[in-house]
Design a protein around this ligand. Structure first.
Ligand SMILES: Cc1ncc(COP(=O)(O)O)c(C=O)c1O
Length: 389
């Protein structure tokens, strides 16, 4: 229950042995034919669960951080006023994103050379979701500052608290302003497979691009991430390059030559690990697992609320829960140090693995419930351990 890594399903980790034994490169079809076909099945299945429509297409890539950068490169290719790939940047480009977003969005913008000004952080509300009603003001201010905003990134969900941005509102704003709508669903995109929780992703179906990790909430071993474009062909505009030794025609949209669209040239055959889960269990396993983990988040919140001396940061929407120990009579200024010490002691004792996060200057304990064998009793034991420590 520490960081956002799920236990891998046996079908998936056993297939990893085969992945390494075959050692297929996957850059072009002839290097990994079966893996490329499985990748297509996995991507189409995920796009369907998200409601992205018949033209959606994408690929699997090495992690959410790289996938978000790749999506934003595609956004730049589609929306920058100049052809940055050929001419270099002529204008000062920027994106809008919640202040609670994962650091990799900020990092991606800086890698693209947009600097400090290129990442415009929109404040979050009391639930740590983007205040979408401020988008227009921030957009206008950016224009006044001489920036060209090309994209808005929705967080599904925010890393620290697991809060979901209002994707419908962000999508509507992007359509109105003709901006690229990207969803960072590295963690919470998986909720698309849960009948009970997919409503938190309402609006994702209108995204131009979506990133989702299979290794956070879909039982795949790290690392395997989907990057999906609603208009699948958008994925081909990211990189315009010739590679005579790999493909004959640089202009053709060949779904089977994956390196035309991916950052990687040699790429691990990640698709098998996911396909193995689908093949062995079907979509029911993901539905059951994601639903169970999100339900457990709610159970934990109930236990925290019922236990004297504990405080939730925010009602959890999925399997990430942030809380702190606030014993009666403790001086408010001592609480950060107290909770940081508790986390250290819990880790050192070794019965539980929890993490910590800072929210608006306050230190919180944080869990990501990912193990299907974690019970309500385990959670009660954890809270009792915290009181004892
Ligand atoms: C919302 C979000 N985006 C992106 C990432 C980065 O994904 P990865 O660790 O697969 O690079 C994370 C990781 O925690 C995340 O929570």
């Amino acid at each position: 229950m520490g960081h956002q890594i799920n236990p891998p399903a046996p079908a998936a980790f056993l297939s990893s042995l085969l992945v390494d034994a075959l050692n297929n490169g996957m850059g072009v079809f002839e290097m990994g034919m079966a893996g490329t076909a499985m990748e297509r099945v996995v991507i189409k299945t995920t796009a369907k669960a998200m409601g992205l429509g018949d033209y959606a297409d994408g690929f699997i890539t090495s992690g959410g951080t790289l996938a978000n950068l790749t999506a934003l490169l595609a956004a730049r290719s589609a929306k920058a006023p100049e052809a940055v790939w050929e001419e270099g940047a002529q204008s000062r480009l920027a994106l809008l994103v919640s202040e609670e977003s994962h650091y990799c969005i900020d990092r991606a913008a800086r890698i693209m050379g947009w600097g400090d000004a290129g990442v415009i952080k929109v404040p979050a509300d009391e639930h740590y979701a983007m205040r979408t009603e401020l988008l227009e003001d921030y957009y206008r201010q950016a224009q006044k500052d001489g920036l060209t905003v090309i994209a808005v990134v929705g967080s599904a969900c925010a890393t620290s608290t697991g809060s979901f941005d209002n994707l419908e509102a962000i999508g509507a704003f992007c359509r109105q302003r003709d901006l690229w709508f990207h969803v960072d669903g590295a963690h919470g995109g998986a909720l698309a497979f849960s009948g009970n929780y997919k409503h938190l992703l309402k609006g994702i179906e209108s995204a131009d691009s979506v990133v989702m990790d299979f290794h956070k909430m879909l039982l795949a071993p790290a690392i395997a991430t989907a990057l999906i474009f609603r208009e699948g062909n958008q994925g081909y505009h990211t990189f315009h390059q010739r590679a005579q030794y790999l493909w004959a025609d640089a202009e053709q949209t060949e779904w089977h030559n994956l390196a035309k669209r991916t950052f990687e040239c040699t790429k691990q055959m990640m698709s098998l690990k996911i396909y193995a889960i689908l093949y062995a269990h079907g979509l029911d396993l993901w539905d059951a697992y994601v639903t169970q983990m999100c339900d457990l988040g709610k159970t934990m919140a109930e236990l925290i609320e019922a236990k004297p001396g504990f405080e939730l940061a925010v009602a959890p929407q999925c399997n990430i829960v942030c809380f702190r120990y606030v014993p009666e009579g403790a001086a408010p200024e001592s609480l950060n140090a107290l909770n940081q010490t508790i986390r250290q002691q819990i880790i050192e004792k070794g019965d539980f693995y929890i993490v910590q996060t800072m929210l608006r200057g306050k230190a919180y304990l944080r869990v990501t419930l990912a193990n299907p064998f974690t019970s309500k009793e385990d959670l009660e034991t954890l809270l009792n351990e915290i009181v004892k420590s």
